[in-house]
Write a protein of this length. Structure first.
Length: 324
């Protein structure tokens, strides 16, 4: 019912419009999307993407879907639609209303790194929102593709900002020697960023480590051939045609198998998160997550666009690294 790709398929959107027409019309009016010249169809497509992230491939009951939609920050979602489309009026409003907010948040996040680093962090996020990657190159999609209205736009932006800063600091710690004279400053910066991140969205900090562990466990449980297939496609970035030639099968066969593996992984990850774990090796028992917490885990994995399984897949491809 709900398409899973960032861009909604035509057939999926038509089905969505038919199934929820009266409700969508009401939500469209509430969102005040017309003031940004966002069409009914464009706004409905954004709702469809949001629902797909929240409910997955399932078919929620009508009352469950309505409850979810009415809890969204509809005006912010409509505003994001206008920004994604490149509306000049929307971007002027965004710069006026959100640039000061993001610059203040960036200064708080970088702490001792200083004013210049704060401006750099805020400006890099603006570029990604507009549709450029972090090095200034063109992007096919804006970072706003991952805003689904579950939180206020300002809250989501501050969370992404903090995540970006943490990512940069962690990458720096991995690639630079911790024995050099700047190591204490990097460590202090990471601690400051993590503290700011926890204040912005404590659930993300609590739940994402659980998700990483569940994914690692689910990947380890896959047959070696499936782990290798994931590695070929996601880590080595081979095309379906290239993999099909390697395996001596039709391209459609590879595509179907990848789809099945993704579905199996999702179910396995949800199962791991739901059951928790018993105490072992000095580690305390971990209580299973509720259905809502599991949904939040999965939402977090996609909504800021920074979630990357490349390292995990490379490690799990085959025992001894044979799949790398």
């Amino acid at each position: 019912m709900f398409p899973m790709s960032p861009e909604t398929s035509i057939s999926g959107l038509v089905e969505f419009l038919i199934a929820h027409a009266p409700l969508l019309e009401s939500l469209f009016v509430r969102s005040k999307a017309a003031r940004w010249n966002v069409s009914y169809e464009e706004f409905a497509a954004a709702l469809c993407r949001s629902a797909s992230r929240h409910f997955g491939a399932g078919h929620p009951a009508a009352d469950e879907a309505e409850s979810y939609f009415r809890a969204l920050h509809l005006e912010d979602l409509a505003f994001a639609c206008a920004l994604r489309r490149g509306s000049e009026a929307a971007w002027e409003q965004f710069v006026a209303d959100y640039r000061p907010v993001l610059q203040a948040a960036a200064r708080a996040i970088v702490g001792a790194a200083g004013e210049a680093r704060g401006r750099e962090l805020a400006d890099s996020l603006f570029a990604e929102l507009y549709g450029l990657d972090r090095s200034g190159g063109a992007r096919k999609h804006s970072l706003l593709d991952y805003f689904h209205g579950r939180s206020k736009l300002a809250t989501w932006l501050r969370t992404v900002l903090a995540q970006r800063h943490v990512d940069v600091l962690r990458a720096s710690q991995r690639t630079e020697s911790l024995d050099d004279e700047n190591a204490p400053h990097r460590a202090a910066g990471l601690e400051s960023a993590n503290t700011a991140f926890e204040k912005i969205d404590p659930d993300r900090v609590r739940l994402l480590p659980r998700l990483f562990e569940a994914i690692s466990e689910a990947l380890a449980a896959l047959p070696a051939s499936d782990r290798l297939l994931l590695s070929l496609y996601y880590v080595q970035q081979l095309t379906l045609a290239q993999i099909a030639r390697m395996r001596g099968v039709h391209e459609a066969t590879v595509s179907r198998r990848l789809q099945n593996i993704r579905l199996e992984l999702r179910h396995s990850v949800e199962s791991v998160l739901a059951r928790g774990s018993a105490a072992q090796n000095g580690r305390p028992a971990v209580k299973g997550l509720s259905p809502m917490e599991i949904r939040r885990c999965l939402d977090y994995a996609v909504e800021d666009g920074s979630f990357d399984l490349t390292a995990t897949l490379a490690e799990k491809a085959l025992p001894g690294g044979e799949g790398k």
